[in-house]
Write a protein that binds this ligand. Structure first.
Ligand code: DLL
Length: 440
């Protein structure tokens, strides 16, 4: 295994906005904010009616701080307007759709014009550059291709950088390791938990991937201690990349060589931190919920989108020279969403799936564990007493129906365990549905 060094590459012209003097950046942000608010007001009925309720017009926004007067957008707005209700471009101008988990049975849908895709590639190039990648790198992209934004987002960014991209997508660990060793892969994109699994399997299979230098890991929370373990065991530098479908996908923010927080591409995404209870904007440095406004999105502008991700804004200058503010690494969310093998899961989705099948009670527990670096999810569900007295064959069939129903909604194969009526703990207040044993 090689030891890591800051790779060559240096300054890339596309990264120029990373180094703008703050006043110049603020000028660009204000102009873009005014134009995106106007676009949303003119083209998105939900946003227009919310502004009107408050007696606001796009012209009311005369300064960046006045963004705080605008209404928030939340995930349920996407559900309530499913599938296309928040689009601000006609279908003829929309060239791509992606989707992500909603809170119940239906996903949320996000849209891109060609100009949105260009912005996305740009921020992904800037992300890769910040991680020390350049032309000549061989990037194995193990984020899932498809409706998930990770695969195609990283793919087009890697191509635009001029690197060699291997579009291997997720899964098939043996093939991943073979490709990594045989194709001289220098950088890997995947979730950090999947990389842990790859590391364990590589050890077992005695596969060496000594040319691997950089990991671009995101789509789920991972701790500093997990990073230390990854870097020590593999000899690579592991960078954290952040993003969400509603805003664009991966490339909203990324770490630089200093690995002290993720720079937000503030010329395209305007960050605020709020108190999740009161909605008040908090000062830089204070921990709260990240709220993002897209400054240049056309197909689906998002104004003050509540990400539910808990972090803080860091405004102190960074040693790397980028003037972009950073966010602290995200350790938790202010709602009950969990991420399993890169798939976002809300307990309410599991509930929807369980209730579609007869014979169960609405009492369930989701137990998350990690085996050989791979996330496992088990759903324990109580059956009715009639079903409980049934013969084993019927119980097995019910178990399979429930597994299929969950897979239908989550796209994830999980284990369902049927348990006796009244055997799961009842809560007196808010039900605690998830027991997360992955990092204990
Ligand atoms: O996970 C986009 C992405 C793909 C990011 C590849 C990075 C790499 P969604 O599926 O919409 O999009 O999930 C977004 O995942 O609100 C966070 O809760 C979580 N998340 C994403 N990146 C990180 C990260 C993609 N670096 C949701 N650290 C977000 C912690 C993350 N959580």
């Amino acid at each position: 295994m090689s030891t890591w060094n800051d790779p060559p590459g240096g300054f890339h012209p596309i990264s120029a906005p990373d180094y703008l003097p703050r006043p110049q950046l603020a000028g660009i942000q204000l102009q873009r904010l005014q134009s995106v608010v106007t676009r949303a007001y003119e083209r998105v009925p939900l946003f227009r009616s919310r502004l009107e309720e408050r007696g606001l017009k796009p012209a009311s926004i005369g300064s960046l701080t006045e963004i705080a007067s605008l209404p928030f957008t939340v995930k349920t707005d996407l559900r309530d307007t499913y599938p296309f209700g928040l689009f601000a471009s006609p279908m003829e101008e929309i060239v791509r759709l992606h989707a992500s988990s909603g809170t119940t049975g239906k996903p949320i849908v996000v849209a891109y014009t060609q100009s949105d895709l260009d912005v996305w590639s740009e921020v992904m190039v800037r992300s890769f550059v910040a991680c020390g990648l350049h032309r000549g790198d061989v990037i194995q992209n193990a984020y899932g291709y498809g409706l998930f934004t990770g695969g195609l987002g990283a793919h087009y960014g890697a191509e635009a950088l001029g690197a060699t991209v291997i579009p291997i997508s997720g899964g098939n660990t043996e093939r991943q390791l073979m490709v990594m060793a045989d194709f001289g892969v220098t950088a890997l994109c995947c979730t950090p938990s999947y990389f842990l699994h790859l590391l364990e399997s590589a050890k077992e299979m005695k596969i060496d991937f000594s040319r691997l230098r950089v990991g671009v890991f995101g789509a789920e929370p991972w701790s500093d201690s997990m990073r230390e373990r990854i870097q020590e065991e593999s000899g690579i530098r592991a960078y954290d990349i952040y993003g969400l479908s509603e805003i664009i996908g991966p490339g909203v923010g990324v770490e630089c060589r200093d690995q002290r927080g993720l720079h937000i591409f503030e010329d395209h995404f305007y960050p605020e931190i709020i108190d999740p209870e009161s909605g008040e904007v908090l000062p830089d440095g204070a921990e709260g919920e990240l709220v993002l406004t897209t400054l240049s999105k056309q197909a689906m502008p998002m104004i003050r989108y509540r990400t539910r991700d808990v972090t803080a804004l860091v405004s102190e200058p960074c040693a790397c020279g980028r003037t972009l503010r950073r966010i602290r690494r995200i350790g938790r969310r202010s709602d009950d969403m969990v991420i399993i093998r890169g798939v976002n899961v809300f307990p309410s989705q599991v509930e929807t799936a369980l209730l579609r099948v007869e014979g169960t009670l609405p009492h369930y527990q989701i137990v998350l564990t990690r085996e050989k670096g791979l996330d496992q999810m088990e759903v324990k569900v109580e059956v009715t007493s009639e079903v409980f007295s049934d013969e084993i064959r019927k119980l097995e069939s019910l178990q399979h129906q429930l597994e299929a129903s969950i897979e239908n909604i989550l796209g994830l194969r999980v284990k369902v365990t049927l348990v006796q009526p009244r055997s799961l703990a009842r809560s007196e207040g808010k039900a605690k549905r998830v027991t997360d044993l992955r990092n204990v």
